[in-house]
Design a protein around this ligand. Sequence first.
Ligand code: NAP
Length: 485
Amino acid sequence: MKEGIYLNLNKNYRFYIDGMWEESKSKEVIKIMSPYKDELVGTVQAISKDEADKAIQSAKIAQKEWEKLSIRDRGNYLYHWIEELEKSKEDIATTIMQEVGKGFQDAVKEVERTIDLIRFTIEEAIHLYGESMLGENFPGGNRSKIAISHRVPLGVVLAISPFNYPVNLSAAKIAPALISGNAVVFKPATQGAISGIKMIEALDRAGLPKGVLNVVTGHGSVIGNYLIEHQGIDMISFTGGSGTGKRIAKLANMIPLVMELGGKDPAIVVKDANLDLAAKQIVSGAFSYSGQRCTAIKRVFVDEMIADELIEKLSEELKNVTIGSPEENKMIVPLIDQKSADFVQSLIDDALEKNATLITGNQREGNLIYPTLLDHVTPNMRLAWEEPFGPVLPIIRVKTVDEAIEMSNQSEYGLQASIFSQDIDQAFIIAEKIQAGSVQINGRTERGPDHFPFIGTKGSGMGTQGVRRSIESMTREKVTVININ
Ligand code: NAP
């Protein structure tokens, strides 16, 4: 981390409405505390329902003019956004580090990845075309009917993002929405809101017309339902926990939804796997950013014949895992808050009470949980099923591949899965049977590159993300039929 880039600590951040940065008339602010220091990072506004109304109204009005601009003109605003993000990269990365406790280098990578994602989104949108169809292809039809279809924006998109990638996962909603002519009401995670605001300050500096994007801040539990049920919202793109996602899906009124939710991604290690590769990928997949990734590997199914050898290699790998402060780019950092650490600890305690074997870890300092590996985890333990969002990995020994597949699929989640096998045919057969949005063969579960389709099934979500799919999800087809008489 660079010296002297601790900017604006304790600043009161405003929300963004109709092109202006405002303090809430509620006079209420929310304190954002550092997850790793007893320090206030800043405060954000707890906006009122009236202000939420105004934000949505402002977006509604601005959208009408925004969609009239050519796609290249909209793209130019986003290119300027990229330029501004480049200039403030270190400041934004520092904020991500301070606010959500991500290692500084990873935070820089998050901003760089976001810049690439925005650029790719502009280019992809520019190269998406509509189609035409002749009536004659359908029985009884003829050439006197010609359909021309192209994509049109949905209107006002409500973008709700989680804390763990406060910039990347927000931009992954905002960029496709804007390029395709929608306006956006952006509700960042409260812990993550300052990072989101800084990203939008860059968009403001890029000269985005007023009202095209508004930032609303406040606890989801307080203003969330109001936003979701609001008649002015035409589409919701949400990333967060499955419980929150399910509540949103129940409340939303007949509008398109894209949901990226939680996961319990399994790694299945087959007898013939390259165990060195598997151990490396599993440790990095499970423990990066303390396991606070939706696509972290959250359970391992291993053939009992090779389980001891795999555990030995995992233990060796774990010796390289660094623990401490995000300012020193450690891999294991304090979790986002005390409550999350208590939850992870409760899963560890439950497994140990039910006779799981502790290989390493189960040490705690406040909300810093040391990387914890547990063997002989069985289906009666919560850790076999629940998403910890922390640095704990259960090993579940199985007798057959079918047993691993069956337990993988018993989960309420279906985000991703990894299969480690040197027999590519076998890996494909397993991949076919796994209920997940994506299956990684011989690699860790992860999102990206960001143009790959990204899907959650079952409790892990609905709809597809990934640059082109995100654009498609925020637009609909419009068909005009020419009748030649
Ligand atoms: P979360 O608690 O569900 O919060 C996500 C967002 O929803 C936040 O902006 C939150 O606002 C908001 N929210 C909360 N209650 C709401 C309500 N009633 N109405 C509308 N919005 C509401 O999730 P998180 O702790 O930030 O993130 C961790 C979870 O996200 C994990 O389960 C992880 O697996 C999942 N995730 C999934 C993906 C994926 O791509 N599948 C990616 C990243 C994370 P507040 O912050 O103000 O509460």
